[in-house]
Design a protein around this ligand. Sequence first.
Ligand SMILES: Nc1ncnc2c1ncn2[C@@H]1O[C@H](COP(=O)(O)OP(=O)(O)OP(=O)(O)O)[C@@H](O)[C@H]1O
Ligand SMILES: [Mg+2]
Length: 358
Amino acid sequence: MLNLDFLKPKAPPLVGVDISSSAVKMVELSLAGRNYSLDRYVILPLPKDAVSDGNLTNIDAVADTVKRAWQQLGTRVKHVAIALPAASVITKKILAPAQLSERDLEYQVETEANQYIPFPLDEVNLDFQILGPNPNTPEENDVLIAAAKKDKVEERVAAVEAAGLKAVVVDVESYAAQAAFELMRPQLPNNGEGQIVAVVDIGATGMHMNIFKDSQSIYSRDQAYAGNQLTQEIQRKYNMSFEEAELAKHQGGLPENYEPDVLQPFMDTLAMEVGRSLQFFYTSSNYTTVDHILLAGGCSVIHGLDEAVSSRTQVASTMRANPFFSMATGKVRGKQIQLDAPSLLIACGLAMRRFDPV
Ligand SMILES: Nc1ncnc2c1ncn2[C@@H]1O[C@H](COP(=O)(O)OP(=O)(O)OP(=O)(O)O)[C@@H](O)[C@H]1O
Ligand SMILES: [Mg+2]
């Protein structure tokens, strides 16, 4: 019990470490007055298939990449916040009498968890947080129970430990992305207040849409279409290895027919998939439009994708997400930061855990 700590605040300092399917990403933030300041970040590609479907299929390769990324980051901080994919965590709200002591509550959570968690309890890390009095029955508290598969927690903790680091916070990717939304609100008119904002993270293996109203996530949907589809198409068409195709995506130099024959159709499909996800949101809610679309993830830097999405979805206000928008970034030099920012949402959300109230 209480091995998982993503529901509980932790003390500083720490580095946010996102182990995604294509790379290890690290962000270290500090506070300058009331504003965040970006101290350093790094993105280091992972070997193909080291992480698949959120599982660390090659822990040694991940540990090695984490170690080299940390060295490149150039920090002294060895405490890190990591995250589990949302799919390996189950959360459930229960009611518990308000007068229970923490210890009795712990006992009640453990005995009741059996009912709510579809795995044997010795295979999960269990944690809970008291949310506050239930609005309808104030003599009872709403309590959030979270359970994560132990092996999923352990493989990630082991990978960072093998790299010489210590995981002091284990969060959930979707919570970290939600925290990062706060960083992007200043990009929107009136801080996006009262507006419906779709954040669409298009990475290597998946597209995740998360729709917010103010700070609340009101809808989310995942799809499997993302950057790897473009990489595969480049491999196929130009007879390249995965690594060569990835490099060509970043550095250019592909034959002239690349843009019309490969890139443009890929962008059209992406835009169509974003449109489809929005349609699912509209049919499952009372909303008929969103006010803004923020495009995130490595694919969002593809030139013209914002226009393609905007014209397909009829959402005029479509822009690239920038979690560094209102941060001081002076310590980090170079133009690359503009291109990297949209893929650092989760790492930023994790880095923010440093400033949780204790
Ligand atoms: N300049 C670019 N042009 C085209 N594609 C790019 C560019 N830069 C990055 N990408 C693509 O973005 C993808 C990586 O994005 P990101 O870092 O957001 O993925 P990820 O978080 O590792 O993946 P996932 O979220 O699916 O686990 C890769 O497919 C990469 O080829
Ligand atoms: Mg990602």
